[in-house]
Ligand binder design. Structure first.
Ligand code: 18C
Length: 252
């Protein structure tokens, strides 16, 4: 039975973002930088395209560690009518996760670390013949203001595996993951005196997933599942964000 996520002890809106004294501060910033540094990777040279559909392209690098598939995956998508802030908001906010996630049985908050970072426990749907998996990770959202001539304005969400005393790995095989969603918004300047409309905005999404399935799983099945599920996720999730926002003010 699918269950909506529980927002456990969500900090009040006056709560500050992760402070430099917080035990996760260094790790969060390191992993955010890791994803930002990968934005300009040459995908034509080092990666293999496994799916292409309109503006969506999904790439992978084949990699195995002790016979376990850990292929890094990267997807680029360009979607009209939504902003990077909107895409990141719906990807990060666990209140909406079960509305678009098709690969999870459940998702639940374990601890709020600040108003932009929380730890959640997620049970992944079982794929026959492998054992069922779960994932425990912190999710962090951040706005990175662009500088005038070099980098554009960006929004980023990172989901990164962690440990938590309240949620030891007992019942399932635990997956380890480092997932990043980086978004840039392009705005076509509207005619003089006109307000920006959804027709004037385009969002470029750079999604990366480094996943270790945490124990043996048949390589051919896993690669087939990834090839099918990642493009499906990107199409399903972005059309969800379009539907969710179509009648709302643009969130820049
Ligand atoms: O990034 C995504 N979602 C985030 C929020 O939930 C978050 C979660 C990431 C989960 C990554 C899961 C990795 C799977 C691990 C392997 C499972 C082993 C299976 C063994 C097979 C032989 O960052 C979006 C994630 C989109 C994930 C697409 C691929 C995941 C495949 C997982 C299998 C579930 C299949 C469900 C299909 C069910 C059909 C009956």
């Amino acid at each position: 039975n699918k269950r909506a996520a529980i927002n456990k002890d969500k900090p009040s809106s006056t709560h500050i973002s992760l402070s430099p004294e917080h035990k996760y501060f260094t790790e969060v910033n390191q992993i955010v930088s890791h994803h930002l540094n990968q934005i300009n990777d040459n995908l034509e040279e080092n990666w293999t395209c496994i799916a292409e559909d309109g503006e969506l392209k999904v790439y992978k690098k084949e990699l195995e560690e002790d016979g376990i598939v850990i292929d890094p995956l990267k997807a680029i998508h360009v979607v009209k009518g939504i902003t990077g802030h909107e895409v990141c908001k719906y990807f990060w906010d666990i209140e909406y996760r079960m509305e678009w996630e098709a690969t999870l049985d459940s998702s639940e908050v374990i601890e709020w670390l600040s108003d932009d970072t929380f730890v959640s426990h997620n049970v992944i749907k079982r794929v026959w013949p492998a054992s069922q998996r779960d994932a425990l990770f912190w999710s962090h959202i951040q706005h990175i203001a662009g500088d005038q001539d070099e980098d554009p304005d960006r929004w980023i969400v990172v989901n990164y595996s962690t440990e938590h005393d309240e949620c030891p790995s007992t019942k399932y095989v635990r997956v380890f993951m480092n997932v990043g969603m980086v978004c840039e918004t392009l705005i076509k300047p509207p005619a003089d005196g006109c307000q920006i409309s959804r027709d004037d905005i385009t969002c470029k999404i750079i999604y990366t997933a480094e996943v270790n399935p945490g124990g043996w799983a048949p390589a051919s099945v896993l690669r087939a599942v990834y090839k099918r599920e990642y493009p499906k996720f990107l199409k399903r999730f972005t059309s969800y964000v379009k539907t969710k926002t179509s009648n709302l003010d643009i969130l820049l």
